[in-house]
Structure formats: C-alpha cells, structure tokens
Design a protein around this ligand. Sequence first.
Ligand SMILES: Nc1ncnc2c1ncn2[C@@H]1O[C@H](COP(=O)(O)OP(=O)(O)OP(=O)(O)O)[C@@H](O)[C@H]1O
Ligand SMILES: [Mg+2]
Length: 239
Amino acid sequence: MSGEPFLIGDSMTGGYGKSGPDILHDCTIAVERGEIAVIVGPNGAGKSTAMKAVFGMLNLRQGAVRLDGQDITELSPQARVRKGMGFVPQTSNIFTSMTVEENLEMGAFIREDDYRETMEQVFELFPILREKRAQAAGELSGGQRQQVAVGRALMTQPKVLMLDEPTAGVSPIVMDELFDRIIEVARTGICILMVEQNARQALEIADKGYVLVQGANAHTGTGKDLLADPDVRRSFLGG
Ligand SMILES: Nc1ncnc2c1ncn2[C@@H]1O[C@H](COP(=O)(O)OP(=O)(O)OP(=O)(O)O)[C@@H](O)[C@H]1O
Ligand SMILES: [Mg+2]
C-alpha cells in the first residue's frame, strides 16, 4: 500500500486534439479513499477538461493518471470503466428517448453478471426513478435526469464516481437533495470526484477542494480551509 491517493491526475498538461493548445497546465487532481473531492473555478477554467483527462478522453503531453497505485495513463475510457471508474459528463449524460430503466441497463453494459441487485440499490437511492422506470428519461425534470445519469454510472459498481456539475440547472432544494444522495454514495465507500458550479455548498461537503484557474491549480485544501480562505472567498465565493 502506497500513501498515494486512490485516484490521481498528477501534473497533467494537455489540450484537445493533436495540436490544440494546452488547456491544462501542470494540473493535479486527486481523491482519497472514502472521500469527496470537489473541483471549482470560473467558467472555462478547465474543470471539465481536467475530468476528461482523468477519464482518458484527452491525450496528456505531460503527467500521469494513477488508480489504486496503477498507472492508467494509456488506458482508454472503456478500460478505465472496467478498472472501476464511473463518469457522469456535464452534458448529454442520459439517453433521452430511452426509458429510465433502459438507461440504467445501458449503464450496466460491461456487466456479465446479474445487475438487478445494483438496479435495486439505485432505486433505493433514488426512489423517484423506480416510480418513473417505464417513462422516457427525456420527460423527467432536470433533477430527476441527473439522478438517472448518476444511477447509470453506479450500474457498473464503480470504486470512484466522477461527476461533472451534477446539480447544474436544478433548484436549491433539489441541489441539497442531490448532495445528500452523493454523500450517501460516498458513505458506501465509493470515492467521489466532482466538479461544481455551486462552489460554496459543494465545498461544505468536500473533504478536499481544488480551485482551478486557467487550467492550473490556484488553491488546494480541505473544503473547510478553502471556505475560510479570504482569497478564495473574495475571488470565487462572492465574498
Ligand atoms: N472539445 C473541445 N475542443 C477544443 N477546446 C475545448 C473543448 N472543450 C473545451 N475546450 C476549451 O477548453 C477550455 C476549458 O474548457 P472546460 O470546458 O474544461 O472549462 P470548464 O471549467 O469546465 O467550464 P464550465 O464552468 O463552463 O463548465 C476552454 O477554453 C474551452 O473553450
Ligand atoms: Mg465544465
């Protein structure tokens, strides 16, 4: 056992395509076993890009990604799912014309064993999805769609769940509920790496927080530290 975080994108530098400019500059993001790590920062800071890099959707020019001590930098996203990573992207994260249940079944695509128990766990976590299981996912409210997206990712029984703005476009009440469910997932032993626009609320539940600015680490600390940091408050939390 190394003292390393469970998942780390270590000193990542890279951008889109073969010749695109670097978006990430020596950026490091990590999540420890059993913890919730949160990435915040202004629009266009590279938060989604950092998530994609950790998930293998970007060619890094420098740096590495390690999962449970193993270098996975060269693995495809599909291979990373098999290693225990689940990813909910910021956009297009559900199949709108499929039913809720079909979305969850699609999530289980890599499973060759019986996944019904996992689906049952998803329905216990998000009871509304059981009620709406036969409804097209596109007919659901924003908060319910996000539950479908998170539920889909849980169907592979990931060890680490990566969420890019899971509360985007939902009301404050629905946001609180989603955060409560995410905490519940974390308590089952799944690490959470999450990007959030609702920085203050997200840092309140974060064990570790990262403020990214222009593709680089600007501030790193416990959620509590960052919430108390005058610089962070002034620049990113509205005072
Ligand atoms: N597919 C892409 N191809 C080329 N450039 C991209 C692509 N996606 C994002 N970018 C660029 O990368 C930079 C960082 O974008 P990114 O989406 O990672 O930011 P973000 O912090 O997630 O922003 P937001 O808060 O709006 O979600 C931006 O300059 C953006 O234009
Ligand atoms: Mg983004």
